[in-house]
Design a protein around this ligand. Structure first.
Ligand SMILES: NC(=O)C1=CN([C@@H]2O[C@H](COP(=O)(O)OP(=O)(O)OC[C@H]3O[C@@H](n4cnc5c(N)ncnc54)[C@H](OP(=O)(O)O)[C@@H]3O)[C@@H](O)[C@H]2O)[C@@H](O)CC1
Ligand SMILES: Nc1ncnc2c1ncn2[C@@H]1O[C@H](COP(=O)(O)OP(=O)(O)O)[C@@H](O)[C@H]1O
Ligand SMILES: [K+]
Length: 499
């Protein structure tokens, strides 16, 4: 259930189902019934106003209105557009509605009831303007609870972007599988609670559609998650290397290192410039410290093949020394996580980074926040596109897994897969939490997890850890919350392994 279908893919699911023998009107009847089931949880005395648009989204609205009326609700229905313009299944559904049809552009909004938004769904084709925009604005200002059909009208199902203006719903009923627009911001904020309804589309259609976008849940990466061998030892659990900044910037690498160790790497070493060696040596216990000055020093540490994954960037200056150290890792290729200063270091010459990734052929993960992303991919990736699209284009360009962070972190792979997270609480917006995430990814790659799965797992676990703590979270807390998350994953006690 963790596949996310774009509106085009959903239309294909629809087409395949109809071709296999289920009439379209039957799908619409089931969709409308699912909407009626959600709306119908309210007391029978709740007045219902169904706003229908000109396409099949409106058709679902006609069905829901009929079923709610049959169940005893007092239902008004208003159509945005001329009735004789309805086509196909929507026209059939409208013909089954016996009640009056008001003009949605003129109808008063009921001051006390619930509104069903069946104006625009997957067929949204352009920015909402004119009378439709004014209607949506009226719905939003009215402050009535809204149940959206498929998508809040005006939300782009593929990108989650608002096309002009969009309904703000308290609940959204969608069909078969969620769409990216339910998970990506701002769409997610317009959806309220998303209810997923099955309408008789067989899961087997997914084999034909081969979706590439996923909700980031454990089911996506659990098969690749490291398993502890009874006869294992610390060396078999991998050895991560976190590169520290100078004496005033050692905390970032320490947090990344602690996170790498907590997530299961058998050994973790902080590579320290001479200036910071004493500070780090005094501050670390299970995490080891080794001197490494610049590219040459780092290169020497990498002569030991057991050091099998590197995390760089937290606490590093975006300068030539940092660029040279990144290239030292490319020369002795190791799975590599680049964050913060190691990303910004290449802002003036991103091609240099991309060439290095390609030449080393080592799995590389870039973990930019929006600002770092804009610096590295300025010009190459248009800022107006949706977040998953931007991350995917960047991943292809860089030949690396790109983790575009935020409340809806997208992990994008160069092969076109992307995972979108919806479990990160805003408490993660605290200094250093990104450093911890970089360390977690490195710790999983040290254990042999492939880059896309490691990054997806780390992002999910980062959110889950923060959820466990609640308010007052600081980055230092995050590594020590990982044991609870790991144990829950193993026992599946919080249902994390389902979808
Ligand atoms: N797929 C499935 O499996 C199932 C799908 N189902 C349902 O079908 C829905 C998709 O239906 P759909 O394709 O007819 O599109 P829909 O969202 O009604 O919009 C198209 C209409 O809106 C118009 N329009 C577009 N943009 C506009 C704008 N900015 N401002 C104003 N108007 C605009 C456009 O007009 P036109 O572009 O032709 O001028 C056209 O008339 C889907 O969301 C789900 O609810 C279920 O019944 C069961 C199974
Ligand atoms: N509002 C938010 N909701 C959820 N997660 C957030 C939010 N703001 C930030 N985060 C997460 O917190 C982390 C911050 O990383 P970053 O910006 O690199 O911070 P730092 O450089 O201080 O470590 C990222 O994982 C990001 O996804
Ligand atoms: K809608």
């Amino acid at each position: 259930m963790h596949e996310l279908l774009t509106p085009a893919e959903m239309a294909e699911a629809d087409r395949l189902t109809i071709a296999a023998g289920t009439p379209g009107i039957e799908l619409m009847e089931r969709a409308g019934r699912a909407v009626a089931d959600v709306v119908g949880r309210r007391p029978l005395s709740t007045p219902v106003l169904v706003l229908c648009g000109p396409g099949n989204n409106g058709g679902d609205g006609f069905v829901a209105a009929r079923i709610l009326t049959e169940r005893g609700f007092r239902v008004r229905l208003a159509l945005a557009g001329p009735r004789d313009a309805l086509r196909g299944d929507a026209a059939l559904a409208a013909a089954r509605w016996r009640g009056p049809v008001e003009d949605a552009f003129a109808a008063p909004l009921d001051p006390s009831g619930v509104i069903v938004d069946a104006l625009l769904g997957a067929g949204l084709a352009r920015d909402v303007a004119g009378a439709m925009a004014a209607l949506i604005d009226r719905v939003n200002r009215g402050g009535r609870p809204v149940v959206a059909v498929d998508l809040p009208s005006g939300i782009d199902g593929a990108s989650g972007l608002v096309r002009g203006i969009a309904v703000r719903a308290g609940e959204t009923v969608t069909f078969f599988r969620r769409k990216p627009g339910h998970v990506l911001l701002p769409g997610r904020l317009h959806c309220g609670a998303v209810r997923l309804a099955q309408i008789g589309i067989a899961g087997a259609v997914l084999e034909r559609i081969a979706p590439r976008l996923f909700l980031n849940v454990p089911a996506l990466w659990r098969p690749a998650f490291p398993v502890l061998a009874v006869d294992g030892n610390k060396y078999r659990r991998g050895h991560a290397l976190a590169v520290s900044g100078g004496i005033e910037a050692t905390g970032a690498a320490r947090m990344a290192a602690r996170a790498a160790l907590r997530i299961g790497a058998g050994l973790v070493t902080v590579a320290a410039p001479s200036s910071a060696l004493m500070v780090l040596a005094g501050a670390l216990e299970a995490v080891m410290v080794r001197r490494a000055d610049g590219a040459a020093g780092l290169g020497r540490l990498l002569e030991d093949a057991r050091r099998n994954a590197v995390v760089m960037g937290p606490g590093l200056d975006p300068d030539e020394e940092t660029r040279a150290m990144v290239e030292a890792v490319f020369a002795a290729p190791r799975p590599l996580v680049l964050d913060a200063g190691a990303i910004t270091a290449f802002a003036a010459d991103p091609e240099r980074l991309f060439r290095g990734v390609a030449a080393s052929a080592t799995p590389t993960v870039l973990t930019p926040h929006d600002g770092e992303f804009a610096r590295l991919f300025a010009g190459a990736v248009e800022p107006g596109a949706g977040k998953s699209e931007r991350a995917l284009r960047a991943a292809r360009l860089a030949g690396a897994v790109v983790v575009l962070k935020g409340p809806d972190t997208v992990v994008a792979a160069p092969d076109g897969r992307a995972a979108i997270a919806d479990n990160a609480p805003p408490t993660l917006g605290t200094a250093g939490s990104g450093d911890v995430l970089a360390g977690m990814i490195g710790g999983l790659m040290a254990q042999g997890m492939p880059a896309f799965e490691a990054a997806s797992a780390a992002v999910w676990m980062h959110g889950a850890a923060a959820q466990r703590f609640g308010r007052g979270l600081i980055a230092e807390d995050l590594p020590d919350l990982l044991p609870g998350v790991l144990q829950a994953l193993e026992t599946d006690e919080d249902g994390a392994g389902g979808d």
